[in-house]
Design a protein around this ligand. Sequence first.
Ligand code: LLP
Length: 431
Amino acid sequence: MIDADGFSYRDGMLHCGTISLTEIAARVGTPTYVYNLDSVVQRYREHVTAFEGLRHHACFAVKANSSLPLLQMLARHGAGFDVNSRGELHRVLRAGADPARMTMTGVGKSHADITDGLDAGVALFNAESASECRLISDIAAEKQMTADVLLRLNPDVGTDTHPHISTGESSHKFGMTAGDIRSLAAQSAWLPGVRIRGLSFHLGSQIFSPEPYREALLLLITTLDDICGTLDIPDPVIDIGGGFGVAYNDEEQTLDLGLIAESIRSLLGSRAANFTILTEPGRSLVANAGVLVTAVEHEKPARDRIFLILDAGMNDLLRPALYAAQHDIVPLREPEGGQTTVFYDVVGPVCESADTFARRYPLPQLRRGDLVALLSAGAYGTSMSSTYNSRPLAAEVLVHGNAWMIGRERQQMEDLFRGEHLLTEPEAPRD
Ligand code: LLP
């Protein structure tokens, strides 16, 4: 996965474009996430190009990577955003994004989420239940506003992704059945604060086949045609979510978005021009644009294996522990021919055996202080990180052209206790 998104060895050291990752580590410390903004922009452009000919807008799924300068860069290139909470909304607003190009999704939107979304002028709410539609309507009506809403369809379509990140089956909490959508549309006169603008779905993440999209689209279009019988929807919107599979290693093959665009064209036929198509790509724009630079703390031989203990742990990059995800690992110093290969169990310092990045992973012999990069860490890396074991959040660096900047400072010790209180009553006397 090196090369494709701007990471490559130059003069024997791993670089992001022209910037040495070793130099970044020397200045900022480790663990540090490094994102290549040029690659993010390129992926965004490719995404938009794949849907050319359709009236299409891409709304980047902020949950995949919520680094402010990265969001800013996407906004500057015309991207819209899909926000899943008021926190994500305020982040993208801070990054200068246009609310008129935003969708707000989420299966449990709170009163505060909806209120902030309406106040900011978010273009569309993806509503996931009748209860939520009522809440949106009530809040909007009270403000004498009308909220534009897409109803999220649960198409009961399976995908062959990890069960934790599959979302389009009837056993999942997301969306509504076609039947529920039809009855909700029929009763929408009781929702004075809501204007139904179309339908949406999101099938899951890391999907490599266009087939589930086609199947879900078929049901979405039929359902939309049904509700158009009862409602007047002059400029209908179809939102197909995200989930577009990304290759994390040389065996996987990135999903061809052209095939999905083709399904949309063929299923809508001559009516295609009447529809606005939204996509919510997350991972596909950022996964391979980011790496996590980390240092070796210890090399620890055990009975039947050798552990390589890094200074990054599952709190920094949760995906291997949560989804058994595999991220390639490369040393920052390019391996020389003839060096012996050691098969390491690569682990973090957190007190859990799940804190394991790879088992029996071939690397050159490494020592304390040597640097390695965990690749394809740009999606759901920092955005899912935590301070578990009271470990400060990692720093984030962004590379753009021949320059780099710190997007987020490493957390300091005092940041870990901010907002916490100690006991205030005097210590009780001990007997
Ligand atoms: N739209 C909605 C409504 C979503 O729930 C998601 C992701 C996306 C768009 C973007 O999906 P993407 O294009 O990134 O696949 N933490 C997991 C992935 C969880 C995805 C949650 N929803 C991981 O690290 O693999």
